[in-house]
Design a protein around this ligand. Structure first.
Ligand code: IMP
Ligand code: MG
Length: 174
């Protein structure tokens, strides 16, 4: 039996994203910033973040998988969908749902650096600092959370729960 407990409510998420949007807009007043969301988990965060920024942005997606169907990373990262455009000479903000071990971001930042962007920063809605195995700099963090498995607001467990409006802790007997 699985149970869900609200950790961060949709209202809390909304107001924090408004702050981050203003912060990013302030850092790139001219724009356009290339917001690159990591599929699939970041798609809802991206949609709200882009609308919270009063400055121009471009929306792009990249696919990376590291998790398989379990709750812990397989440690094996692969690119499942590449960008459709060149980011050479552009300011990039990688939009991620959650930074856990840091393996995914470390890999992605290496891939993106080869594309010669003007700059790259990272915006993550959630950060689980206790679980970090690779040091990565997260420039914009929504919420730091304890080492618990969370779902909702884009985050899944085996593809379920992405549509929950709140971020919830998923516990089960397994
Ligand atoms: P990392 O490579 O270990 O940093 O893992 C990052 C990815 O793992 C995230 O983009 C999520 O897709 C997934 N992930 C990590 N922790 C959780 C969680 O608590 N719930 C759902 N997905 C998670
Ligand atoms: Mg993800």
């Amino acid at each position: 039996m699985s149970s869900l407990r609200v950790l961060i409510s949709s209202d809390q998420i909304r107001s924090r994203i408004r702050e981050i949007g203003v912060e990013i807009a302030h850092d790139y007043p001219e724009g356009p910033v290339y917001l690159i969301a990591i599929l699939k988990g970041a798609f809802i965060f991206l949609a709200d973040l882009a609308r919270a920024m009063p400055t121009p942005s471009r929306i792009e997606f990249i696919g990376i998988s590291s998790y398989g169907k379990g709750k812990t990373s397989s440690g094996e990262v692969k690119l499942t969908k590449d960008l459709d455009v060149s980011i050479e000479g552009h300011d990039v903000v990688v939009v991620e749902d959650i930074v856990d071990s840091g393996v995914t971001l470390t890999y992605l930042l290496k891939v993106l650096a080869q594309r010669r962007p003007k700059s790259v920063r990272v915006a993550a809605l959630l950060d689980k600092p206790d679980r970090r195995m690779r040091p990565v700099r997260v420039d914009y963090v929504g919420f730091s959370i304890p080492d618990e498995f969370v779902v909702g607001y884009g985050l899944d467990y085996a593809e379920d729960y992405r549509n929950l409006p709140d971020i919830c802790v998923l516990s089960d007997a397994n």
